[in-house]
Write a protein that binds this ligand. Structure first.
Ligand code: HXC
Length: 263
């Protein structure tokens, strides 16, 4: 699999902000095996490239963020291959979730099935007013397979997650916002500029601090309050060994803007 020259995704970095676009427009950006591998390749690159301070994930075209896993490709799979395919999707979502830098999903249209699972693996989800979100797998005789049963319940609560998954219904952007799946609904043409602006704002803060905050919050979601608070204490103390914290506090005292180096 050539991930150095991807065909189904594009990746550009401008002023420290990476934009990863799923670009299989003829299939509404559906995730086939090749596309998932290409996304993994980009995430690997982001993980080691210290110039990327935030990542925005979106879909090519006017209609879709990602309309799910590729149904035509899935239709050919037996149980073992399906297991491998699901593992691949879990790897993508897990890696996205564990990325040090903050991730923003710009949901510019359909985010269905694996598409919603991908969005839920991002830290912040913003949607165009045209977005439609849902987990329609039961319509295919399937269930979510890239972590949707688990991430959805953590986002919207157990009963709403059951309703969404049992009915396979799709929801408009505002409904999704009211349920806690989307943070803000933005006019369609404004979505990417809005997300880039948000990403730039976050990227201007101390990168090590943002990364540590992300780790503590993310890990805290799955452990007891006491364990989560312990994680926070460790992260807080660790930051006092960084040049950025020294600079941030000194800049405040000296009444000037801090200049963070990410170290
Ligand atoms: C493969 C897809 C696709 C998908 C759309 N296409 N979604 N191909 N997999 N998930 C293709 C269509 O076949 C069609 O190709 C082209 O994209 C345009 O789609 P249309 O259906 O013609 O567009 P429209 O009528 O506007 O309907 C849009 C839509 C519909 C409502 C989003 O396409 C749809 O219901 N798609 C499937 C959504 C879904 O069920 N997603 C969950 C998948 S399961 P042609 O060649 O005909 O032009 C999943 C499981 C994840 O994600 C876990 C796995 C382990």
């Amino acid at each position: 699999m050539d991930v150095t020259n991807p065909e189904n995704v594009s990746f550009e970095v401008t002023d420290g902000i990476g934009v990863l676009t799923v670009a299989r427009e003829r299939a509404l950006n559906a995730l086939n095996d090749k596309t998932l591998h290409e996304i993994l390749g980009v995430l690997d690159q982001v993980r080691i490239d210290r110039n990327v301070r935030a990542l925005v994930l979106t879909g090519r075209g006017e209609k879709a963020f990602v309309a799910g896993a590729d149904i035509a490709e899935m239709a050919e799979l037996g149980p073992l291959q399906a297991r491998r395919f699901a593992d691949l999707g879990h790897r993508v979502c897990g890696r996205l979730e564990r990325l040090e830098v903050p991730t923003l999903a710009a949901v510019n249209g359909f985010a269905l099935g694996g598409g919603l699972e991908l969005a839920m693996a991002c830290d912040l989800v913003y949607a165009s007013e045209r977005a439609r979100l849902g987990q329609p797998e039961v319509n295919l005789g399937l269930i979510p397979g890239f972590g949707g049963t688990q991430r959805l319940l953590r986002r919207v609560g157990i009963m709403r997650a059951k309703e969404m998954i049992f009915t396979g219904a799709t929801y408009g952007a505002e409904q999704a916002r009211d349920m806690g799946l989307v943070l803000e609904v933005v006019p369609h043409a404004q979505l990417l500029p809005f997300c880039l602006e948000k990403a730039r704002l976050i990227a201007s803060r101390g990168p090590v601090a943002v990364a540590q905050a992300k780790r503590a919050i993310q890990a805290g979601a799955d452990v007891s309050l006491a364990s989560g608070c312990e994680l926070e204490r460790e992260a807080f103390a660790l930051l006092f060994g960084t040049a950025d914290a020294a600079e941030g506090m000194r800049a405040f005292v000296e009444k000037r803007s801090p200049s963070f180096r990410g170290a």
